[in-house]
Design a protein around this ligand. Structure first.
Ligand code: ADE
Length: 304
């Protein structure tokens, strides 16, 4: 390599190499979140003062738990995502013991904490955040990526109170043929949000994220899960028979939307390619008044 950035062989300009960051480049602050395989800490880059949510993974633990493919998948998927409703991956580096992912900071916590704090959301707030999730899923699915573990714990808020979807360890990149006939997988998400097709046929496609969306809208409006029972086996039985009750106080258009999302047959779920796609979902009456073009810059309603 020539010093002026030209290849010695081809004379073509190449980008200067990006210097990998190191743990010493950061001042680490409080823990923002902890998972089974990682800890997320606030980290301030000393040279710039910029703050990141640093996801730190112990290599030994990842290898021992056979989670290497999951970590690689998360890095690959996150590096493809550049959209305001997703946590952004700025850089990665490693030291002999750990892997580090530098992510955007979502300071305002999880959707789950907000629902718990308030008991439930009012209809306008539910509509607004459901629309942000729909818009995020439209983007994700347009890249042929499925999240597979969408739930209020994985939906964070930034300073502007916009959603930041995170945790792509279980996400999957699907091919066009997978979209039509998804392949069997050993993956099972979180009991309350898992789709019937995943339980029955071990298959998850874009529609599985739409099922989770139905569960989340139900939960925002009521503070409760649509499928709840004393143990996972009984929750799965309820899901497999699509046994849930819509509270009387839900507005009719919300009832209709949830019913159309919580369809046993993934091909009949509103928003999936065989059921009108995102045009049908976004023009559902529940979303009346939502301006999909300005959702990114629209001020968030007071959460209540
Ligand atoms: N917890 C997990 N990921 C986070 C992030 N990106 N920002 C804030 N808290 C987090």
């Amino acid at each position: 390599m020539a010093e002026n950035g030209e290849n010695s062989d081809g004379g073509q300009k190449t980008k200067p190499p990006i210097k990998k960051k190191r743990p010493e480049d950061f001042r680490f602050g409080p823990i923002l979140g902890e998972g089974s395989y990682s800890t997320v800490k606030l980290a301030c880059e000393i040279s710039t003062g910029r703050e990141f949510a640093m996801k730190i993974l112990e290599k030994r633990h990842i290898v021992k738990e056979k989670k290497v493919p999951q970590v690689e998948r998360e890095k690959k998927v996150l590096s493809r995502l550049d959209h305001p409703f997703f946590v952004k991956l700025y850089f990665t580096f490693q030291d002999p013991e750990r892997l580090y992912f530098g992510l955007s900071v979502a300071r305002k916590g999880e959707l789950l904490s907000k629902i718990k704090q308030l008991g439930k959301f009012d209809v306008d707030c539910t509509r607004f955040y459901s629309a942000q999730i729909v818009s995020a899923l439209q983007h994700l699915h347009s890249l042929n990526i499925i999240h597979r573990d969408l739930k209020p714990e994985n939906i964070l808020f930034n300073d502007l109170m916009q959603i930041q979807i995170t945790d792509f360890g279980t996400a999957k990149e699907v091919t066009e043929s997978d979209l039509e006939t998804p392949k069997a997988s050993s993956f099972v998400g979180t009991a309350q949000y898992v789709s019937p097709e995943l339980l029955k046929d071990k298959q998850a496609g874009v529609s599985s994220d739409l099922w989770a969306l139905g569960c989340i809208i139900f939960q925002m409006l009521s503070g409760k899960f649509p499928f709840q029972a004393p143990n996972e086996y009984l929750i799965f039985q309820q899901i497999l028979s699509c046994r849930y009750e819509l509270p009387d106080y839900f507005p009719d258009d919300a009832k209709d939307l949830i019913t159309n999302l919580l369809q046993l047959d993934p091909l009949k779920r509103i928003g999936c390619p065989t059921c009108g796609g995102y045009d049908a979902l976004m023009s559902h009456p529940f979303f009346k008044g939502i301006n999909w073009d300005t959702l990114l810059i629209a001020p968030a309603p007071q959460v209540m």
